[in-house]
Design a protein around this ligand. Structure first.
Ligand code: HEM
Length: 190
């Protein structure tokens, strides 16, 4: 979002409009923060924390998405394999939160039962913490965006999002500058 100022600006505008400057965002605001939720869903799609979901073992012969999976197979689903898949997503390497906003109601659904991304997976072994996990994530991002302006240090042109060779974490440490943007009394005193 720091690399895409228009996206960050829209997220800030949503918070300013829905919450304002005189109090911090609270859980009761979350139903209105659909652009923030779309940003999170897009970050989960484009920047998964781990490359694979937990392995599952097929209990019987089955066919999924045209693939025959014999009973007893260990199945590993690749998150980038789905989230970055051009057959599933248009222009997949572009950070575009709008793709998660339903055109009419502008609502964002947390789960993806069609399995176009694997953030929480689905079905009987899908994440039971989907509401808890996404509430915490949304609150955290919303407070960071509401509470601070964000920019890269003067000598940097943007956040370098290249991943390292071992996992999907950033190759270089994230260094950004945050400045408070709300009245002082809303911040913890040190
Ligand atoms: C943003 C936060 C979270 C994400 C992205 C996430 C994602 C996932 C994923 C992808 C799975 C594997 C599903 C599968 O194998 O099909 C999973 C499983 C699980 N998650 Fe989460 N999770 C999150 C937060 C939480 C929280 C807050 C809790 C509990 C309070 C939780 C509890 C569990 C448990 C118990 C399982 C194992 C379910 C099973 O194997 O039957 N998760 N989660």
């Amino acid at each position: 979002m720091i690399n895409e100022p228009s996206i960050l600006k829209r997220a800030v505008a949503e918070l300013d409009h829905e919450v304002g400057h005189n109090r911090l965002v609270e859980e009761r605001d979350l139903p209105q923060l659909n652009y923030i939720k779309a940003c999170i869903k897009e970050a989960f799609r484009l920047h998964p924390f781990a490359p694979f979901n937990f392995p599952h073992v097929s209990m019987r012969n089955t066919t999924v998405a045209g693939y025959f999976i014999p009973k007893g197979s260990h199945v590993l689903l690749s998150r980038p394999g789905l989230g970055w898949n051009p057959n599933v997503w248009t222009d997949p390497m572009r950070f575009d939160p709008d793709r998660h906003l339903d055109a009419e109601r502008k609502q964002v659904v947390r789960s993806d039962n069609e399995l176009r991304l694997l953030s929480f997976s689905t079905g009987r072994r899908g994440c039971p913490g989907v509401v808890f996990g996404s509430t915490i994530t949304t609150m955290m991002l919303a407070r960071m965006v509401q509470g601070f302006t964000w920019e890269v240090p003067q000598n940097e042109s943007g956040v370098n999002l290249v991943e390292n060779h071992d996992d999907l974490a950033l190759a270089k440490p994230l260094v950004v500058i945050a400045k408070p943007r709300l009245p002082q009394h809303l911040y913890l005193k040190g």
